[in-house]
Design a protein around this ligand. Structure first.
Ligand code: E4P
Length: 217
């Protein structure tokens, strides 16, 4: 499973990229706004740190303007992935860009039917938002299971990019279902490393080692 981080915080991106666990980055207009940076500069900065796919979202609602925005974003770097909303105009844009060999991430997916449309439009990634479904009392992970099954049935090449992740168990469940990518907040990626028994075990090992009075170096 690939790990993307869902942030526009360049410091966090640099810190986590150094762990070797970051295969890509997803941003959205809210995250970009929070960064306080000029959007095009921000995407260029992220692309210079992470060589994998970096999602940059268009903000227009109509096909023509979306295509113009995508043309500007694509020029920033080779690894820019154009993010479009799951709307009829967004999917039309997805089809044109994908036919042209551009990576497209279709975002704001909340149903298996929508995911089917995105795959038919040639999306490189579909982003189902599990946390936001959980938030309204719906089973977000059931959506991932449905999409994985549907894509498998028809051998679609679109990768399932599990988004709106809230905790490590979303990632574990997604991995068990065979989803291709999880995009997570930096704090969630950090949580994956932790286990109290690891800390406890390491403490005991080092205490015993100290008793020997030895040093490896
Ligand atoms: C995905 O690309 C989105 O940016 C993100 O996962 C949304 O997450 P949220 O529901 O925590 O805002």
């Amino acid at each position: 499973m690939k790990f993307f981080i869902d942030t526009a915080d360049i410091k966090e991106i640099k810190d986590l990229a150094a762990t070797g666990m970051v295969d890509g980055v997803t941003t959205n207009p809210s995250l970009a706004a929070k960064s306080g940076k000029k959007f095009l500069d921000l995407i260029a900065e992220i692309c210079a740190v992470v060589p994998g796919p970096v999602s940059a979202e268009v903000t227009a609602l109509d096909y023509d303007t979306m295509m113009k925005e995508a043309a500007v974003l694509k020029k920033i770097a080779k690894n820019v992935t154009i993010k479009v909303p799951l709307t009829p105009e967004g999917l039309k844009c997805c089809k044109s860009l994908s036919d042209d060999g551009t990576m497209v991430n279709v975002t704001l997916c909340f149903s298996p039917a929508q995911a089917l449309l995105a795959a038919k439009a040639g999306a490189s990634f579909i982003s189902p938002f599990v946390g936001r479904l959980d938030d309204i009392g719906t089973d977000g992970m059931a959506l991932i299971s449905d999409i994985c099954q549907i894509y498998k049935n028809y051998s679609f090449k679109t990768e399932v990019l599990v988004a709106s992740i809230r905790h490590p168990m979303h990632i574990v469940a997604a991995a068990k279902m065979g989803a291709h990518v999880s995009t997570m907040p930096p704090s969630t990626l950090r949580q994956l490393f932790n286990h109290p028994l690891t800390d406890k075990g390491l403490k005991a090992f080092l205490e015993d080692w100290a008793k020997t009075g030895q040093s490896i170096l």
